[in-house]
Design a protein around this ligand. Structure first.
Ligand SMILES: Cc1cc2nc3c(=O)[nH]c(=O)nc-3n(C[C@H](O)[C@H](O)[C@H](O)COP(=O)(O)OP(=O)(O)OC[C@H]3O[C@@H](n4cnc5c(N)ncnc54)[C@H](O)[C@@H]3O)c2cc1C
Length: 491
């Protein structure tokens, strides 16, 4: 039996490990933290339970497809609830809008904001639906080692349909012009980590995910997803080692010879790293075995980092929904500060998740707030600044909801760049990987197979297809199937 070792217990590592075990490998998985899940962990304190990372459950079809391949449906693993409305957006003028769950109501909402724009949205979503299906059937499950994979007549035809070569920002403006509507349509691509002007129009699939497939929440919180993945790892017999950190990968004759942790040495036939790609290459491997140089990484556009607050509040905040986007300041300035000038933001846009609106993640009469402020990965973390930013955003939440919050905080924890580095070895403290820009999509991303070491592979949010839980799951499937195909063709 071939031995496979997987580094990292995030979604990409867990998925790769599950498929490799199902395909007959003896699989071991090493995770440096005390729990599985990678960015998707949680913690409980004083009756509050906080999801630490992801809070938007989008593209339920990707989770379902993964579970089905291991004999489960999503409902057998956890109960999903569709949030209605999907989310609330607060505007600079002090008003807000709630995104309804069905298409006709979203079209009506667009028409209310700008007469006639509903028709434009309808056409835009029809196209986005075609792209979504083409992307899921043809594109995102490709290893993307070379452009040749895309060189067949159907795919070339599809690639024009998919608008791979124009930006999503330009594309949206063909259908819609009102600034508020543009902001509603440009928000989902922010999940991909770059400005809409530099994100391929293909990613209007994110609007399809938002407006057609919906925003969901697993009863019990996002950590239920990690638990479901753990169940599958156990089913297929993956041996899991927690609190164990890989310190070095030793190579001999272009083959992984030894993987050294602070506990012991492993000798796998195949090594898959689901840890941060940059960390694996630049820290765990000697220079001569790295596929990419420091210079290469320096030029990469990372998805933003973020300043997070986990707050326990001893009162209810009626003006909030489960998901709230504070788009009440200039997005242009904030985006410049994240991607161009690399400064702590002057007046940032931010996001608030209040899971206690949906279930008891806080003691009764209390509220559980998770606040996320996107920031550049090229600034110094400064714990002294955290309180300044908390004051700024609380002031704006209070202004919009009309509810005093600051004096009602009974639990407060912040989490930022230094924590991402310490907890996940995240390159420059990125929160969710390498951005999906026009020049960092598909074959233009770091490759799933090492160019220098024969049995070393990569998975996760810094390789294909990109950031987010669904892409991480797809990445794990792509790498494991690639390895199995390679093995079969070598026999
Ligand atoms: C605040 C935040 C909010 C987000 N919101 C959403 C959302 O709403 N929806 C969504 O879909 N996605 C969201 N994301 C993105 C999503 O969480 C990630 O894209 C995805 O979980 C990445 O999975 P991964 O397996 O690639 O990496 P990770 O989750 O980072 O897993 C990598 C694992 O490798 C481990 N590791 C690193 N180095 C070593 C080592 N040397 N030895 C052993 N183990 C090691 C790490 O500890 C980690 O557990 C969010 C992310 C963050 C941070």
């Amino acid at each position: 039996m071939q031995k496979a070792l997987v580094i990292g217990g995030g979604f990409a590592g867990m998925t790769a490990a599950s498929f490799l075990a199902k395909d007959g490998f003896a699989v071991e998985l090493i995770e440096k933290n005390a729990e599985l899940g990678g960015r998707n962990r949680n913690f409980s304190v004083d009756g509050f339970t906080f999801d630490m990372g992801p809070s938007w459950y989008w593209m339920p079809d990707v989770f379902e497809k993964f579970y089905n391949q291991f004999g489960y449906t999503t409902t057998e693993l956890y109960k999903l609830k569709r949030l209605n409305p999907s989310y609330r957006i607060f505007w600079p003028e002090g008003d807000s809008v709630d995104l309804p769950v069905n298409r006709e109501d979203i079209i009506k909402l667009f028409d209310q904001i700008e007469k006639g724009s509903g028709k434009g949205l309808d056409r835009f979503l029809n196209e986005a639906g075609i792209k979504y299906r083409a992307a899921m059937d043809e594109f995102v499950y490709k290893p993307s080692l070379s452009f040749n994979e895309y060189m067949n007549a159907t795919l070339i035809k599809q690639s024009f349909k998919l608008d791979l070569f124009t930006s999503v920002s330009k594309h949206i403006r063909k259908f819609i012009s009102h600034p508020r509507l543009l902001q509603i349509l440009e928000f989902p691509v922010l999940f991909l980590g770059a400005k809409p002007q530099f994100t391929p129009a293909l990613f209007s699939i994110m609007n399809y995910a938002d407006m057609e497939l919906g925003t969901w929440y697993p009863e019990g919180g996002m950590y239920e997803i990690t638990k479901a993945f753990k169940k599958i790892l156990d089913d297929v017999g993956v041996q899991i080692y927690l609190n164990e950190e890989v310190k070095e990968i030793r190579i001999e004759k272009k083959i992984v010879n030894e993987v050294i942790t602070h506990e012991k040495a492993y000798h796998p036939d195949i090594l898959v790293s689901g840890a941060d790609y940059h960390h694996t290459e630049q820290i765990l491997l000697k220079k001569e075995f790295r596929s990419y140089s420091n210079k290469y990484w320096e030029k990469k556009v990372m998805a933003p980092s973020c300043l997070l607050f986990y707050l326990g509040i001893n009162k209810k905040v009626p003006g909030l929904l489960h998901h709230n986007l504070f788009f009440d300041t200039s997005f242009t300035l904030h985006a410049e500060e994240i991607y161009d000038t690399h400064r702590w933001p002057t007046d940032p846009l931010f996001y608030v998740s209040c899971t206690s609106k949906t279930e008891a993640t806080a003691p009764s009469k209390c509220e559980n707030l998770f606040i996320l402020i996107p920031i550049s990965t090229r600034i110094e973390d400064s714990p002294a600044l955290h309180q300044t930013y908390l004051d700024k955003v609380l002031h704006r939440i209070e202004k919009h909801t009309g509810e005093k919050i600051k004096d009602s905080i009974i639990f407060n924890r912040s989490y930022c760049i230094n924590d991402f580095k310490k907890d996940y070895h995240a390159f420059r403290g990125n929160a969710y990987g390498l951005a999906n820009t026009l020049l960092q999509t598909g074959p233009l991303r770091p490759k799933i197979k090492s160019k220098k070491v024969k049995n070393l592979y990569f998975t996760g949010q810094l390789t294909v297809p990109g950031p987010g839980m669904p892409p991480a799951i797809i990445s794990g499937e792509v790498v494991s199937k690639f390895i199995v195909n390679e093995q079969n063709s070598n026999v």
